[in-house]
Design a protein around this ligand. Sequence first.
Ligand SMILES: Nc1ncnc2c1ncn2[C@@H]1O[C@H](COP(=O)(O)OP(=O)(O)OP(=O)(O)O)[C@@H](O)[C@H]1O
Ligand SMILES: [Mg+2]
Length: 339
Amino acid sequence: MKFYNREKEVKYLKTYCQLEPNSILFVYGPKSSGKSTVMRKVIKELENSDIIFFYYNLREHATPTKEEFLSIFFEKGDKKYIKNNLIIDIKVCKFGVEEEWDINNIKLNDVFRKIKEDINTVIKDGKKPVLIIDELQKLKNIYFNGNNKEGKSLLNELFNLFVHLTKVRHLCHVICLTSDTLFIEEIYQSSTLENASKYYLIDWLSKEDIKKILKEEGFSKDEIDYCINYLSLPYEISDLIENKKLGLSVEETIRQWINLESDRLKYIIDTSNVEEEKIYNILNKFRDKITLDYKKEINKEEIKYIKFLINNEILFYDVVNGIIKPTSIKKWYAIRELI
Ligand SMILES: Nc1ncnc2c1ncn2[C@@H]1O[C@H](COP(=O)(O)OP(=O)(O)OP(=O)(O)O)[C@@H](O)[C@H]1O
Ligand SMILES: [Mg+2]
């Protein structure tokens, strides 16, 4: 697979990994903007540096239980950090634990002690540990020391550990990626993470970058002029190239995208329990513009409907910049077709 552009983002994250750890970094952005791909690229480019990456992609797992969380994060063996052989394209590690570890009877404190020990070993070996968790929100419903709400929420406790590792002790970077922007909103408001977290947006590709890529890929000026208004995400470019090889014009591909998106949107609205009229009132706000100012253009009664559209990946809420927009430009056209 080709990797397009994203020089600025790769540079930012590479530099970030090499600075002294001081806060937790949350990487967020619209669905499919390329967050995971950029992160992998960064790991790849730093493969031969003094950094040891502990990388966990929870996207690959169904909603994990406590036991699954432990088996995802830890590997039994005689080393403190062990190469993860299941990930083949990048060099990343898992935390090591002794063979005797009894996954069914472990306390959260022991889990955290293990993580700290392993991180300290990396540092003692003269290397820099960086912990990356993709789709962290998947750990939301795991509780230790008692079932459900009586126990300790793993995620809350992890945040305390992350603050300790970064802001307090400066031992290890912690980078969390998520495609769930309502989760980012929760975090943004949380007091544990106040002054202890940073946010980095991986957004749509810029028009100039898309133009450059299309030119390099051999698209004509007319084709570029036509499709430039519809494109925003990297995979759309790959799709356009593939379809061209298969004999579809850019007009046909884009027509298909918009039809598909507007059908999907209509289906979501038709099959939900949310009041249709209220949803359309929100969508109507996008008739003449692509972004809304959260503070000025959304009132309290509308939030429920906005959240519905965000949960269904139709809208993207950028909590840091206070704006709401469709998840892609083609989605914007689909919305306008429907209203
Ligand atoms: N810079 C890029 N060049 C080429 N293809 C890319 C690039 N970035 C992303 N892609 C492609 O776009 C698709 C989505 O990318 P990726 O999964 O990294 O996005 P994401 O932001 O992590 O998505 P999600 O919000 O679902 O987590 C993938 O098929 C990926 O190969
Ligand atoms: Mg991702």
